[in-house]
Write a protein that binds this ligand. Structure first.
Ligand SMILES: Nc1ncnc2c1ncn2[C@@H]1O[C@H](COP(=O)(O)OP(=O)(O)OP(=O)(O)O)[C@@H](O)[C@H]1O
Ligand SMILES: [Mg+2]
Length: 293
């Protein structure tokens, strides 16, 4: 009886807090800024519609609608904490691995809803591969790093097919000549730039359509960075690439379209040329002219 009397006000307080949080979330949503520019393309490879992402009740991405075209490099820029990585991770359901993270809205790849219950995330993450900020080769040989994807996805029938995929993926990643004599050595023994190209080769070997890159050059020196940038430009011929970068010159060099995020909103998206020479939104202009960020 006494205990119940103590619990009652406490549970009322918890309910009030819950309501307050809910109201805050709704208020934050209402304040959202409408995207300007051209978020949509003809014949998109991927579509995102009204995508919102929450960590518990905190909204990190608010109602983002955006297409990814075939054979384009789409750059995502914006101040730290604005939600670039969070949004990128929605595109191959990597946020599923974060317990308190919830994704709303719709995302398709080749007109298929990637969040449909029937979708298996393992092949999805091969179709939409990912390269991280810090090169993360597996503690395996160079060969096995690249062969890993084709093996687990059953892409090859025999060793010679696997050899072919390993060689062609390393060639596409611009690494074959540097490593062809040392395929059995550990991937972790390569230089940072070579490791990042190995990770790109590993993503390519799984036969992707889209490659997501989250600040792929931020741990690399200028020479390794320029090799990876050249590679990104070449890879566009075959894949769609979505790259998060803090280096605006990098976005300007490698991408055809640029999306500017601010506090969870997609503020503006347009051709890279337009974003960097004639942005429409004052927040984009402030960021690209270095007034904040
Ligand atoms: N696992 C998590 N749990 C709770 N909040 C998170 C988590 N990951 C990110 N956030 C929050 O979500 C917001 C967006 O973070 P995110 O990492 O997507 O930003 P970002 O634009 O990639 O930043 P940066 O440029 O620093 O990498 C931030 O407020 C961040 O603190
Ligand atoms: Mg990030």
């Amino acid at each position: 009886m006494e205990l119940a009397a103590e619990i009652e006000p406490l549970s009322a307080l918890i309910m009030d807090k819950g309501k307050e949080r809910q109201q805050q979330t709704v208020a934050a949503r209402d304040k959202r800024c409408k995207t300007v520019g051209e978020p949509y393309v003809q014949d998109p490879r991927m579509t995102c519609r009204e995508v919102s992402v929450y960590y518990d009740t905190t909204c990190a991405i608010r109602g983002v609608s955006l297409d990814v075209a075939h054979n384009e490099v789409l750059a995502m820029i914006g101040p730290s904490g604005c939600g670039k990585s969070t949004f990128l991770r929605c595109l191959n359901r990597m946020n599923d691995t974060i317990a308190n993270c919830r994704v709303e809205g719709a995302i398709t790849l080749d007109n298929i809803d990637i969040y449909a219950p029937a979708v298996d995330v393992v092949p999805l993450r091969a179709q939409v591969g990912m390269v991280f900020q810090k090169p993360n080769p597996f503690p395996k040989s160079i060969y096995d790093n690249v062969a890993y994807g084709p093996k687990i996805h059953g892409l090859t029938q025999n060793r010679s097919e696997l050899d072919y995929i390993v060689e062609s993926s390393l060639t596409k990643a611009g690494l074959w000549d540097e490593v062809k004599e040392r395929l059995s050595e550990p991937g972790t023994g390569l230089s940072g730039g070579q490791q990042q190209r190995l990770c790109i080769a590993r993503a390519i070997a799984a036969n992707p359509e889209v490659i997501l890159m989250d600040e792929p050059c931020s741990a690399l020196d200028p020479i390794a960075t320029s090799r990876v940038e050249e590679l990104i430009m070449e890879l566009r011929e075959q894949y769609s690439i979505v790259i998060v970068t803090h280096a605006m010159q990098q976005a300007a060099r490698v991408s055809q379209r640029t999306a500017y995020f601010h506090l969870g909103d997609l503020v503006e998206v347009d051709s890279t040329d337009k974003i960097f020479t004639n942005p429409q939104h004052e927040l984009t202009e402030a960021y690209i002219t270095g007034r904040f960020g």
